[in-house]
Design a protein around this ligand. Structure first.
Ligand code: NDP
Ligand code: AKG
Length: 445
């Protein structure tokens, strides 16, 4: 029987009402996968896509903690264990007031394909909480993390499910979470990645997502006989991914014109300097302030309440959050000459914006391929933990570059269309083949 996108999506929406981000992520994948499945009926007969869009399990729990004023606070915690066909569940934790089941299901679903693309043995998962770390003291964050882990520890394990960071979860939070897991289980294992270097973290994990994006961009440009030198790049976000995408772009000779946060964006017409970037990394990682402080310190142009997509550029690196490039933003980017979009964030492009980019046949790298460097180095952190070894920084960076190159090759192999590469289609099909093959091998589960 032939599969049809409309009827497949109608069923998915009926079974998962009120989850727009999840619908969006599945639709983007189904659109490119269904023709492939129709050409390979073995997948359709085994209902692989229907099974892939239903999480293995979801854990939802109360997180109760005490703030500095002695008030009792209640948040909701989640872990979506989506698919472990090719390895233990793996994916980040997000702490943000916007966190919902829809957002975590979209992220967990994307993670299945992304982790498969890394070529490492990792299944897909995501989790987090509607806890808002903004304005909380270190002690409050610690108490929240301990309370969160007091339930999560029952559901994870180094061979079961290995969480990591995402929005609002960096080294500070992973350290508190790891400490609590160690206390509750009385074992020191690689149950989380993104750990501090002193207690099992991998060199380059902090930089890996941002660096990986730039390595992916380099591969895309190399196919066009071009390089990053002199390219004008608009980057959004000012957190982990944006900081290290910006750093690597600068090392490669590109100009980073912008960074942004929830307060607005900064614009440096000749490109950010190393001094400005070092200030921003400290501001965001340690002092947790907003970008208006960069304007105060350096006189950098600052546009409160605005997104950076109106700035003329050669390449855009959305590295903040989902759906940050809307249709009008895509029109402006294209009208201003942008020729490549590389997604550092997960699903930062709305469906309407994506349609414009694909119609214009620009270089468009979807997050599941371009930002896979972070989880890839998490995978290598797991390997190092199992071996009880830490590899040198140069070795991990070399492996990251090799992995990004291989991901790029897989996208080209499955996404080549006459002279243009449809990286969305390529990433979806390449990610699918391995997971679907494992699911077929297991029989009906
Ligand atoms: N960390 C990782 O290894 C990986 C992350 N990703 C994805 O990359 C993206 C960024 O993650 P990461 O850098 O880790 O997170 P961080 O929390 O370190 O940084 C997020 C940045 O984006 C900004 N931001 C968040 N939400 C919004 C919003 N609604 N509007 C405007 N700006 C916003 C934040 O602003 P402010 O500073 O004001 O809070 C911050 O500057 C996410 O989509 C994540 O899923 C993907 C792969 C791996
Ligand atoms: O490092 C990891 O395990 C997950 C990173 C992540 O959350 C992502 O790739 O979106």
């Amino acid at each position: 029987m032939t599969m049809h996108l409309d009827s497949f999506m109608a069923g998915l929406i009926r079974r998962n009402p009120g989850q727009p981000e999840f619908h969006q992520a599945v639709c983007e994948v189904a659109e490119t996968l269904i023709p492939y499945i129709n050409a390979h009926p073995v997948y359709e007969r085994a209902c692989i896509l229907e099974r892939l869009t239903e999480p293995d399990r979801i854990v939802i729990f109360r997180v109760c903690w005490e703030d500095d004023a002695g008030n009792v606070r209640v948040n909701r915690g989640y872990r979506v264990q989506f698919n472990n066909a090719i390895g233990p569940y793996k994916g980040g934790l997000r702490f943000d007031k916007s966190v919902s089941l829809s957002i975590l299901k979209f992220l967990g679903f994307e993670q299945i394909f992304k982790n498969s693309l890394t070529t490492l043995p990792m299944g897909g998962a995501k989790g987090g909480s509607d806890f808002n770390p903004k304005g909380k003291s270190d002690r409050e964050v610690m108490r929240f993390c301990q309370a969160f882990m007091s339930e999560l520890y029952r559901h994870i394990g180094k061979d079961v499910d290995v969480p990591a960071g995402d929005i609002g979860v960096g080294t500070r939070e992973i350290s508190y979470l790891f400490g609590q897991y160690k206390r509750l289980r009385n074992e020191f294992t690689g149950v989380l990645t993104g750990k501090g270097l002193a207690f099992g973290g991998s060199p380059v994990r902090t930089e890996a997502t941002g660096y990986g994006c730039v390595y992916f961009a380099r591969e895309m440009l190399a196919r066009q006989h071009e390089g990053l030198e002199g390219k004008r790049c608009v980057v959004s976000g000012a957190g982990n991914v944006a900081q290290y995408a910006a750093q690597k772009l600068m090392q490669e000779g590109a100009k980073v014109l912008t960074l942004s946060d929830r307060s607005g964006y900064i614009f440096e017409p000749e490109g950010l300097t190393e001094e400005e970037l070092a200030f921003i990394i400290d501001l965001k990682t340690n002092r947790r302030g907003d970008l208006s402080e960069v304007a105060k310190e350096f006189g950098t142009d600052y546009f409160p309440g605005e997104k950076p997509w109106g700035v003329p550029c050669d390449m855009a690196f959305p590295c903040a959050t989902q759906n940050e490039i809307e249709e009008e933003d895509a029109r402006r980017l294209l009208a201003n000459g942008c020729r490549a979009v590389v997604e550092g964030a997960n699903m930062p492009t709305t469906r309407e914006a994506l349609r414009h980019f694909r119609a214009a046949r620009i270089l468009f790298a979807p997050g599941k391929a371009a930002n896979a460097g972070g989880v890839a180095i998490s995978g290598l952190e797991m390997t190092q933990n199992s071996m009880r070894l830490t590899w040198p920084r140069e070795e991990v960076d070399r492996q990251l570059q090799q992995i990004m190159k291989r991901i790029h090759e897989q996208c080209v192999a499955h996404g080549q269309e006459d002279s243009w590469v449809d990286y969305v289609k390529g990433a979806n099909i390449a990610g699918f083949i391995k997971v679907a093959g494992a699911m077929l091998a297991y029989g009906i589960l």
